[in-house]
Design a protein around this ligand. Sequence first.
Ligand code: ATP
Length: 236
Amino acid sequence: MLNAGPISLHYGKHLALDGVSITVADGETVVVLGANGAGKSSMLKAIAGLVRPAPGALVTLGDVELLGRPTHKFLEAGIALVPEGRGIFGELTVAENLELGAYTRHARPHESRQRALVLDLFPRLGERQKQIARTMSGGEQQMLAIGRALMSCPRLLMLDEPSLGLAPIITTELFAALARIRETGIALLVVEQNVKASLRIAHRGYLMEAGRITGTGTADELRDDPAVQQAFLGAA
Ligand code: ATP
């Protein structure tokens, strides 16, 4: 469904992405593992149409080629990004944030159905409809950010470090919600530092190092890979 690559991206003279290619099939959950600065966020931003890669790349969803088109076309095609730091509107209420998530032409007709899905996944958002978003806890804000992205009816939901800064019990809740989103058939592309938890919900994954893909495999293959164990799973 998603075919992206080969993506190269420069920030001035710095080459942040060096020919990265990634695919995600319909309904698949894919995790991207890599150290700080490997280029994971830049890759998600390129796939979401927020930064423009060097010529020669493609970002195709289904049979729609998106590169070169305005950012809102990526969202309308079904690609939603929950950025690191969440990107919700802090001064607006929970209900207003969700409503804004459904502003695209293809999402608006499905607004009430999507809201029901979001409130079923995150009942706390239902109880807090009138609360100003910035006054919520970090975990609640992350759930709101995911809820807002779901309001856009994505075919592919991308999450950048969703568990960053969350308490362990909230992280467990978050991954349970991601597993339920996966069961609805929405494809997920997740960048995570919580490697154990993300491999548990993923079908497949990629390893990224210094702007390149350096490995790929099923979740089981990655979990058993000595390099992954050493770098990310705390093995001696
Ligand atoms: P992290 O987990 O720390 O966010 P990452 O794997 O997501 O890391 P990126 O944020 O994509 O990595 O950054 C890749 C490289 O590009 C890094 O060296 C970073 O310093 C650099 N970089 C990212 N954004 C910019 C920017 N706007 N201007 C200049 N350099 C940038």
